[in-house]
Design a protein around this ligand. Structure first.
Ligand code: PFF
Length: 455
């Protein structure tokens, strides 16, 4: 197992924050958050989601950062360093597996963003109406060749960045892409909330109806929080293994959490006003973003086709880039593990990950078309992987990480990591330990039991 004190680091603190934020901000915020919100009834779901971010997400993120930076190893290797010879390394293995599974189906949706970028560039949506967009999505996602082709293209792009390494590949791409994405999202929020009939969408997003809250809403919100923050699978602990000694872990976690949450809420502010405005149902599921967005461009800039063109091209490019900084981070989790623990060269490790993930991804891509009838527990292959990872593996990983930090890890290590060996003040340390020891494991456990109908 290769763990060492002088392995590569991110070049700057801001680079580290942006790389972690780049991992967190992705399709989870712009594609998944709106449709999960839509499926679970709107504002009440968002409130529970926010609670999960603050009480579970941020503390567990700090724990992952501590584990990664202290061990300076990939997620499975980290437990070999911090708890040698114990079953804790299973948490690392589960994380690597979760990263692998998520990457395989996530890259299918990432591939869709490339198709939409292509359509935007070639003006393929010109003159279509709301029904046309829905039809287009259904036909495209069911087409075995196109969706597999774009998924493969996306995988190959991810592979290239991973080969370029941590500083030049991961850090640099995040530094350029993240600010651009932010600005464009703000422009689109303004466009969307000023559409005729947008108020119904805003009410759906902002006025909670607690009568709709049930066990599924809790599990959905918790799963979304973990997924969106890239938590529970050791992704951020892998990134933290490249953090410098002077990176302030709690501040970095707060920045990542705030950026991630803002992007998700703004994505909701783009999608729902527009969806209500053109009559797209908020519970349309994974297609929601892709059938709603073309309408936003059409309706907001329809009178000035040039603007509609420019904005839609820019948005899809940035959506693809947001997905890209996330797929890079998932690939890195698995590649770092295969390279360091299985002793393959980094290049070979990256190749294996890319090839096997692509093969698995094909099944997810086809599950919107030719394999739509192949069901596992009543779910398509794509939905099954999404449910298994986000609603089971990530929260379970988060629960074990908090138990590990609260009960197993030497308190001194946690203190050193949070305070940068005593040089930072951390007045909330006791509260933090309480959350790790009791609150997080119990809350996650109760949400699981609640879903199973036991509690
Ligand atoms: N957080 C990413 C998103 O919201 O799109 C998805 C993700 C990235 C999940 C990396 C897990 C991960 F390790």
């Amino acid at each position: 197992m290769a763990t060492n004190q002088d392995r590569v680091n991110f070049g700057s603190k801001i680079g580290a924050i942006l790389a972690a934020a780049g991992s967190a901000v992705g399709l989870g915020n712009i594609w998944r958050f709106p449709y999960e919100t839509g499926n679970h009834g709107g504002a009440a779901f968002i409130l529970i989601y926010l609670l999960c971010i603050v009480l579970l997400g941020l503390p567990i993120m700090i724990a992952e950062f501590s584990i990664g930076r202290h061990s300076r190893a990939n997620t499975a290797g980290a437990y070999n360093v911090l708890a040698p010879g114990t079953p804790w390394r299973g948490v690392g293995y589960m994380g690597v597996l979760a990263g692998f599974l998520i990457l395989s189906y996530y890259s299918v949706v990432a591939g869709w963003t490339l198709e939409y970028t292509w359509q935007a560039i070639s003006n393929g949506f010109a003159g279509m109406n709301a029904e046309g967009y829905t039809q287009f999505f259904t036909n495209f996602s069911a087409n075995p060749w196109r969706s597999v082709l774009w998924m493969v293209v996306f995988m190959v792009m991810t592979h290239m960045v991973i080969l370029m390494g941590v500083k030049k590949g991961i850090e640099k791409s995040a530094k350029i892409m993240m600010p651009m994405l932010f600005i464009l999202i703000i422009v689109l929020v303004v466009c969307s909330v000023t559409l005729p009939g947008a108020d119904k969408g805003l009410a759906f997003l902002l006025k909670p109806d607690f009568s709709k809250v049930n066990a599924d809403v809790f599990l959905g919100a918790m799963g979304q929080a973990f997924f969106s923050l890239s938590l529970g699978l050791g992704c951020l602990s892998t990134y933290a293994s490249y953090f410098g000694k002077d990176t302030n872990l709690s501040k970095t976690a707060l920045s990542v959490g705030v950026i991630d949450t803002m992007v998700a809420i703004m994505a909701g502010l783009i999608i729902f006003p527009a969806a209500f405005s053109v009559g797209v149902s908020p519970d349309a599921g994974p297609s929601l973003l892709f059938i709603t967005l073309p309408n936003v461009f059409q309706m907001a800039f329809g009178d000035v086709p040039f603007l509609a063109y420019i904005f839609s091209v820019m948005f899809y490019v940035l959506l693809a880039l947001a997905a890209f900084t996330s797929t890079i981070s998932m690939h890195e989790v698995v590649t770092a593990f295969v390279h360091e623990d299985w002793k393959f060269s980094r290049k070979k490790a990256a190749w294996y990950v890319t090839i096997f993930c692509t093969l698995l991804g094909v099944l997810s891509a086809l599950s919107f078309g030719v394999l739509a009838d192949m069901k596992i527990f009543g779910l398509t292959f794509f939905d099954f992987l999404d449910t298994l990872t986000s609603k089971v593996m990530l929260p379970l990983g988060g629960m074990l990480i908090s138990i590990f930090t609260g009960w197993y890890l030497d308190r001194r290590i946690v203190w050193d990591e949070l305070t940068n060996e005593g040089s930072l003040k951390v007045p909330f340390f006791k509260v933090y330990i309480f959350i790790m020891k009791y609150l997080a494991p119990v809350a996650i456990g109760l949400i699981f039991l609640n879903e199973l109908g036991i509690w």
